[in-house]
Design a protein around this ligand. Structure first.
Ligand code: DGT
Ligand code: CA
Ligand code: CA
Ligand code: ZN
Length: 576
């Protein structure tokens, strides 16, 4: 096989989205839409785009014609796209960099360039600090403030990658290594094993009878751009996507303690080491050793390390030194929700609004994942950018869902909506419509700049509507892009628990909202949760895994998450 650039579907899609944006800036018609559709289809493919490429099936992807297929081939073969470079080159220098900032579209970027001669993020920051932006036409003090915040966020983001885009690549590396005959054990370690929402680099651990051979394979994996270091115990490579991957080959006898050590987190390890010291033991990547006798106490397997320290086994997702060591000592760790415990998805979109697939297609895909139900929650009327449904269309969709359900066996499509919460806190659909739907998700999609007090009242007002079951993506944050809106979360958590409204864990890779930490806090208020992939195409249903990881990192048990319930009990748990 030729050496292909190792790109995830999300990364290939990102290139096509950028082409779409740049074409739009130039005022090109139709083409931007075609690129966006293709990007959306790829972002959500059920399989690796490289596999589709190798089968010669690119043009079978919906929305991908011969011209876009040609571009995708180039991306897969080289990791870049000359056409994109050309388009970028036609923009005034630096403007593209600026349009990457959240809240600075091409239009604003061009004004900044024309009026103030700004050609880089650094120059933009200096202009914002000097208060020179607020006086531009169409700008203002608030915009200037937002620009400063966006710059800070993008700086912080530069070195880290989204879990959702790295996890498939990391699992693929893990699989390729474990397929080698001379490899006995392989595991991901580090933050990716803990499923942190962003990952600095990927850590992999293996044991082998032929370390040199493993390292040869590792350093020539598809997608490796540069080999930074190559040895028999440790090698480091950089993939074409910029992600760094470390592989360590360790002795069979130390695998457990090495896995424990390199999984981290650092703070978790420090807490464990303290327990070891108290027993006059030493804990490091080579094992747990009794210092009095020099004898090994544990090290071959990871569970043995925890057991020897008198701890319950602690799942990697919990290892952040947020009280898990104390809880494990006292035998009161939660039994966190399993990756196979979810019985259905409570937030998906279809072609009716901005999704790529029909209701029967989404139902079939959800059923194929082993689910019992899926809730169709398309956008509602005031979200025009996403072709939100009018009240009449919601009623039509309800009839379509009834029709689809008659054809299905052992699976149920639930009717629903993701309606907007307006500025005053009212859903943008009438109660007479909402009352007929199984699942009402209410989300904030506008007016992010309200004060904390206004936003808090707005969301709590929405919860007081008896038909609202779930608050969607409750903080509105986009990871590394947009800060959460200002809202008094403890007040929201208390109201949700009190009123029996569920808070969503939105599993879309850029959202993971509520976050792990907020799940933990909400749970202490007695909140219950619903998991939704926010799928915009059937392949996105697989994002559920990221939502479950978030729930696990937030210490949630199956009983805290309503979609672990069978259908009948779920319906009882939703407000009627
Ligand atoms: P990342 O890569 O920034 O997303 O986060 P991690 O947790 O993967 O960190 P990384 O890759 O630097 O190191 C992997 C693990 O190795 C880390 O979670 C814990 C362990 N480790 C690394 N350096 C230290 C250290 O100085 N002390 C201790 N106790 N553990 C360390
Ligand atoms: Ca790491
Ligand atoms: Ca590392
Ligand atoms: Zn939404």
């Amino acid at each position: 096989m030729s050496r292909l650039a190792r790109m995830t579907n999300i990364e290939v899609a990102a290139i096509l989205y950028e082409v779409a944006d740049l074409l739009r800036i130039r005022g090109v018609r139709f083409k931007p839409r075609a690129y966006r559709r293709a990007a959306q289809a790829i972002e959500t493919l059920p399989e690796d785009i490289t596999d589709v490429y190798e089968r010669g099936d690119l043009e079978r992807i919906p929305g991908v014609g011969s011209s876009i297929a040609e571009k995708i081939r180039e991306i897969i073969e080289t990791g870049t796209l000359a056409y994109l470079e050309t388009l970028r080159g036609e923009l005034p220098a630096g403007v593209r960099e600026i349009t990457d900032l959240e809240g600075v579209g091409p239009k604003k970027a061009l004004i900044l360039n024309r009026e103030l001669g700004i050609k880089s993020v650094d120059e933009l920051e200096a202009a914002a600090e000097a208060g020179r932006i607020r006086n531009l036409p169409g700008f203002g003090a608030k915009t200037e403030e937002n620009i400063k915040r966006s710059i800070q966020m993008s700086r912080a983001a530069r070195e880290r990658f989204l879990l959702g885009s790295i996890l498939p690549v990391a699992k693929d590396i893990e699989e390729r290594l474990s397929a080698l005959e001379t490899v006995q054990r392989v595991s991901l370690a580090g933050s990716i094993r803990r499923r942190r929402e962003t990952v600095g680099d990927v850590d992999v651990l293996a044991t082998s009878t032929r370390p040199e051979e493993v390292m040869d394979v590792f350093c020539s994996l598809p997608g490796v751009e540069r080999v930074l270091a190559k040895g028999t115990t440790k090698s480091t490579v950089v993939l074409t996507t910029g992600v760094q991957v470390d592989l360590r080959v360790v002795e069979e006898d130390h695998f457990g303690s090495a896995l424990q050590y390199f999984t981290g987190s650092k703070d978790h390890n420090i807490a464990l080491r303290r327990l070891a010291i108290a027993r006059n033991w030493r804990l490091n990547e080579y094992g747990l050793t009794d210092l009095a006798t020099g004898e090994p106490v544990a090290g071959r397997d990871e569970r043995g390390v925890y057991a020897a320290l008198g701890l319950q086994y602690i799942d990697p997702e919990l290892r952040e030194n947020r009280g898990e060591v104390e809880a494990a000592l006292e035998g009161r760790l939660p039994e966190i929700v399993g990756y196979d415990a979810v019985r259905g998805d409570l937030h998906v979109h279809t072609k009716w609004s901005e999704g790529a697939h029909t209701i029967p297609e989404m139902a079939a895909a959800a059923q194929a994942l082993g689910y019992e139900y899926v809730a169709i929650c398309d956008h509602s009327q005031t979200l025009q950018i996403a072709h939100g449904l009018s009240e009449r269309e919601v009623a039509d969709q309800l009839r379509e869902i009834e029709r689809v359900n008659r054809e299905l066996d052992g699976f149920t499509v639930l009717s629903g909506t993701e309606c907007n919460i307006d500025m005053e806190g009212n859903p943008d659909l009438a109660d007479s419509i909402l009352k007929d739907l199984d699942v009402v998700v209410a989300s904030v999609h506008s007016g992010f700049k309200q004060s904390e007090k206004e936003m808090t009242e707005r969301v709590i007002t929405a919860m007081h509507n008896d038909h609202v079951d779930i608050i969607g993506h409750p903080t509105g944050r986009l990871i590394q892009k947009r800060a959460p809106y200002r809202i008094d979360l403890p007040a929201v958590f208390a109201a949700a628990a009190d009123l029996g409204v569920l808070l969503e864990i939105n599993a879309f890779p850029t959202r993971l909202d509520l976050s792990d930490v907020n799940c933990f806090k909400a749970r202490e208020h007695g909140v219950r949760f619903s998991l939704g992939s926010d799928a915009h195409a059937r392949e996105n249903l697989r994002y559920m895994e990221l939502g479950i990881a978030t729930a696990r990192r937030g210490w949630l048990e199956a009983k805290d998450v309503v979609n672990t319930l069978p259908l009948k009990e779920l319906l009882a748990a939703l407000r009627s």
